[in-house]
Design a protein around this ligand. Sequence first.
Ligand SMILES: Cc1cc2nc3c(=O)[nH]c(=O)nc-3n(C[C@H](O)[C@H](O)[C@H](O)COP(=O)(O)OP(=O)(O)OC[C@H]3O[C@@H](n4cnc5c(N)ncnc54)[C@H](O)[C@@H]3O)c2cc1C
Length: 417
Amino acid sequence: MMKYSGFKVLLEGLRGNMGWKPLWRNPDPKKSYEIVIVGGGGHGLATAYYLAENFKITNIAVLEKGWLGSGNIGRNTTIIRSNYLLPQNQPFYEFSLTLWENLEQELNYNSMVSQRGVLNIFHSDSQRDAFVRRGNAMLMSGADASLLGVDALKKLVPFLDFKNSRFPIKGGLWQPRGGTVRHDAVAWGYAKEADARGVDIIENCEVTNLLVKNGKCYGVETTKGLIKSKKVGVCVAGSSSQVMGKIGINLPIESHVLQAFVSEGLKPIIPGVITFGAGHFYVSQSNKGGLVFGGDIDGYNSYAQRGNLPIIEDVCEGGVALMPMIGRARLLRTWGGIMDMSMDGSPIIDKTKIRNLYFNGGWCYGGFKATPASGFCYAHLLATDKPHNDAKDFLFNRFERGRLIDEKGQGNQPNLH
Ligand SMILES: Cc1cc2nc3c(=O)[nH]c(=O)nc-3n(C[C@H](O)[C@H](O)[C@H](O)COP(=O)(O)OP(=O)(O)OC[C@H]3O[C@@H](n4cnc5c(N)ncnc54)[C@H](O)[C@@H]3O)c2cc1C
């Protein structure tokens, strides 16, 4: 197994970097496993790791139709935070943030966890009241939060358009422990440690059907043959409705495209993550200097991993309204990922009505920050058949019972969450 240390970096520098090895094996699938996880994104790999680490279950395959990092785990804008309001969400995301804080040591892998702070700007008195309420909910669950006035903002982010009469800046909710993490390195770190514990990670292996008999799931059909399994955990993000649809399960989830943007490299200017409160725009600066930003999803349903021009215009308008200087930067790249948008904007980690078949999805925009806690809680469910305490509300039956977890208060319109 590959072990990283400062000494190893020095040693490899001296001997021409010839000693680095692949982080995970490339095994052929076995005929059967104890648990098969469908989808080798961040959540699937984290689940495999925590199953092996916390429950010592290692007879596991993670089946990925592409390569590791090809899905949303390698396409997101890398923001982590726990600034939620609702009691069903806040403890879960705070738990996730605490897992992020120790992740690099736990996985012995540099995923550039950088707690440079997340700032949500507000522009009206009523928005300030809502942010005060959210900040108090954060403090009550053990998270960090403070309210900054205009003077403090002028010191922290002097380049914002404070004179904008249409969207006056009145302050911001600041979470210092929020920040960014290098997204695909998270997949690689979890893959490395899951593999080291015996998990088979099988790339280029698409699950083409779920095998079900007498109301019980007993394996999967794949492009590399049939694989039997005592339990199957589906974890395919934007492809959730396609995979579950193969056995006629209709999910309370729609798929939409979300785009991300990166500018040319600039000198350090953005101290943390900044979100605009009068439109949908958020921005941070990568370690290479590019401004990384995003905004709304494309309005129509799609399984295509690419977006369209109207959203590019919309996001750039938001950026220029908040910080006019961004208009001088050149846009280098844009790309899209397929988002699993649930009806209430909150996720599902639950058993299905088919025995031995489990589901994790509906992460909307916010699944990257959830990766460690999602894997931790899904592993708990797969191993014990009981929901983890921090994810006990992320169940299918909330849609039957009307107990929705509508963090944004948008109602049942998935593209607005
Ligand atoms: C542009 C963009 C910006 C975002 N920004 C943020 C952010 O800043 N902060 C945040 O918290 N969240 C963000 N998100 C959301 C976050 O990235 C996702 O919610 C999260 O990554 C989803 O979980 P995952 O990593 O497991 O998904 P994925 O990486 O998409 O994993 C699912 C995997 O399943 C595989 N798969 C699909 N079908 C099959 C099949 N039939 N057989 C086998 N494998 C299959 C796919 O190839 C894919 O690799 C963003 C998303 C996008 C697209």
